[in-house]
Ligand binder design. Structure first.
Ligand code: PGA
Length: 249
């Protein structure tokens, strides 16, 4: 079976002004000095994609968007389409993040249509799933996440590069993380759905863990069975922390 490099992606969310481009440059510099076996990506706000992707050109560090509209163009004031992200230099895009699902009512069907848009523009989707605290307490975590994976990943992903990010909603930005056993349980369950939907390809799709990943817990999380990388929010804003996570692999 072909091995797929783990992916460690930084999600800057709505953080990042011009002076923070220096953090992205510092990540690239750190990786030039000590290369990683992982693929590394930074997903800054849309306003910085063009400048950061120019700065990081040839560094090996990839640049991604954090969301895109499903349509390619039109009367959608304030929105950004996948083609615009690609045109600005992005090669990846985060889709279905829980902050989008909760704050903008994005359903699995909406996320699936955005995945189609990303593929149309040649972007590699990172599709996020994850249960709420209520769902975990009710013993529904695996069931909820498996349903999100089934509903958010269209068959057009067959033979295309993509990854899934398991991010328990209650672990995002809270400093809380599931036990390693709980992470493994969900990742193994996601893997089963990926194999069911995509056959052999599903066996190698990276399944990232996200939610309060930091340098001090990255090593143990990244070595859990079926964890193929990390989606990092807060700790990706500082190059030293993000490099600490990358080096924990
Ligand atoms: P966090 O965010 O690392 O700050 O918890 C992760 C994410 O939302 O992708």
């Amino acid at each position: 079976m072909a091995t797929v490099r783990p992916l460690i992606a930084g999600n800057w969310k709505m953080n990042g002004l011009s002076h923070q481009i220096a953090e992205a440059e510092a990540v690239a510099k750190g990786l030039a000095e000590t290369p990683s076996s992982a693929r590394v990506a930074i997903c800054p706000p849309a306003t910085l994609i063009d400048r950061i992707s120019r700065e990081l050109a040839d560094s090996g560090v990839e640049v991604g968007g954090q969301d895109c509209h499903a349509e390619a163009c039109g009367a959608f004031t304030g929105d950004v389409c996948a083609e615009m992200l690609a045109d600005a230099g992005a090669t990846l895009v985060i889709l279905g993040h829980s902050e989008r699902r909760a704050g903008y009512g994005e359903t699995d069907a909406v996320v699936a249509s955005k995945v189609e848009a990303a593929l149309r523009a040649g972007l590699e989707p990172i599709v996020c799933v994850g249960e709420t605290l209520e769902q975990r307490k009710a013993g529904q975590a695996v069931q909820v996440v498996q349903a999100q994976v089934r509903g958010s990943l269209p068959q057009s992903l067959k033979r295309r590069a993509f990854s899934v990010a398991y991010e328990p909603v209650w672990a995002i930005g809270t400093g809380l993380t599931p036990t390693l056993e709980d992470i493994e349980e969900v990742h193994v369950a996601v893997r089963a759905v990926l194999v069911e939907a995509f056959g052999e390809q599903g066996a190698t799709v990276p399944i990232l863990y996200g939610g309060s990943v930091k340098p001090s817990n990255a090593g143990e999380i990244l070595h859990v069975k079926d964890v193929g990388g990390a989606l990092v929010g807060g700790a990706s804003l500082k190059a030293s922390d993000f490099l600490g996570i990358i080096r924990a692999l």
